[in-house]
Design a binder for this molecule. Structure first.
Ligand SMILES: Nc1ncnc2c1ncn2[C@@H]1O[C@H](COP(=O)(O)OP(=O)(O)OP(=O)(O)O)[C@@H](O)[C@H]1O
Ligand SMILES: [Mg+2]
Length: 311
């Protein structure tokens, strides 16, 4: 039977060299079919967390003093990382996990179609496809994926010759070809205009609802989290300061957990509504009844976080 818990992060920390910790004792669980936003100011650790979940960088080993921190990342019930090491399961787990980055998503000199076909390599035992040669069936699958994200007409363009938003859609198509069950998207909207951003988020949302793909997406702007993701995890200085319904993320509440940093999290000029209303993107009107907003869980006070940072 397929496990319901897709991502389990248990008390991980991450330092680079002698710097203070970039992630501090982070734990979270994602269930199959969830679409979760990861928000936080610049430098709060969003990319680092996404990369550790994807097994792209190792977390710190558990300290020898046995303070209970276990430092484990499990995907689909299997360890991706344990005690500072990426495990032997990593390759198989990566094949089930699509990762989308803010930029550098495509190989610039290859066609969009070939870029998308590359997603099928993880499914193979041999490296058929190296050099840009893919079977007709792979190309048909890639064309269906490109059609799904609305850019089939760009299949033969070079990766470098399409817009940022189109590149992100091609990167999503590649994860479809890969048949990823988990999608980790690190600020996929960072270089996009509002209309491309909406299109990309609509596609992610559609894949989540229609295909049941579990999505963790880091976002700079909280409005997109509120509109598209039922749940948000908020990072500050490498620690989780909130994990709960996105609908609760009003301006006052964000001020409470982020202080002045909260200004970084809003689209400029956006006037966030009170806590119990879902904020909207320009030209939209969505609201939820107050009764749908459960009580909040604030994981740590800023003082606790500062203490951890200097520990
Ligand atoms: N490879 C690295 N070596 C040293 N420090 C790093 C490395 N990667 C990240 N950091 C540091 O870790 C902290 C968190 O970085 P990270 O990129 O995870 O933040 P972020 O929330 O993704 O920020 P942004 O919104 O700007 O993308 C920063 O202080 C950054 O300088
Ligand atoms: Mg980042």
């Amino acid at each position: 039977m397929r496990t319901e818990t897709v991502v389990e992060v248990c008390r991980i920390s991450k330092s680079f060299g002698r710097q203070s910790r970039v992630l501090c004792d982070v734990s979270l669980t994602l269930k199959r079919g969830e679409m979760v936003a990861l928000i936080g100011a610049s430098g709060s650790g969003k990319s680092t967390l996404i990369r550790t979940i994807g097994g792209l960088i190792p977390v710190d080993a558990a300290p020898a003093n046995g303070d209970g921190a276990c430092g484990v990342v499990r995907l689909f019930g299997l360890p991706m990382q344990e005690n500072g090491r990426v495990t032997r399961h990593a390759k198989a787990l990566r094949a089930r996990t699509g990762v989308i980055f803010q930029q550098f998503n495509l190989v610039p000199r290859l066609s969009v179609l070939t870029n998308v076909c590359i997603g099928s390599l993880g499914q193979r035992r041999t490296l058929l496809g190296a050099g840009g040669y893919f079977a007709a069936e792979d190309k048909r699958t890639a064309m269906r994926a490109l059609d799904r994200v609305g850019i089939a007409q760009l299949a033969l363009q070079r990766g470098s010759d399409i817009s940022g938003g189109q590149q992100q859609r091609a990167a999503i198509a590649r994860t479809l070809v890969q048949r990823a069950e988990l999608l980790l998207a690190d600020e996929p909207l960072a270089s996009l205009d509002p209309s491309s951003s909406k299109r990309v988020m609509n596609i992610l949302s559609d894949l989540n609802r229609e295909d049941g793909i579990t999505v963790l997406v880091s976002l700079h702007q909280v409005e997109y989290a509120i509109k598209y993701c039922p749940r948000t995890i908020a990072l500050r200085n490498g620690a989780i300061v909130y994990d709960g319904p996105s609908a609760a993320l009003g301006r006052d509440f964000l001020n409470e957990i982020y202080g002045e940093e909260s200004e970084q999290l809003f689209v400029p000029g956006f006037d966030a509504p009170a806590v119990h209303a879902v904020s909207t993107l320009p030209g939209e009107d969505v609201s939820v009844p107050a009764t749908t907003v459960p009580s909040l869980r604030i994981a740590s006070s800023p003082a606790q976080i500062d203490a951890r940072q200097t520990a």
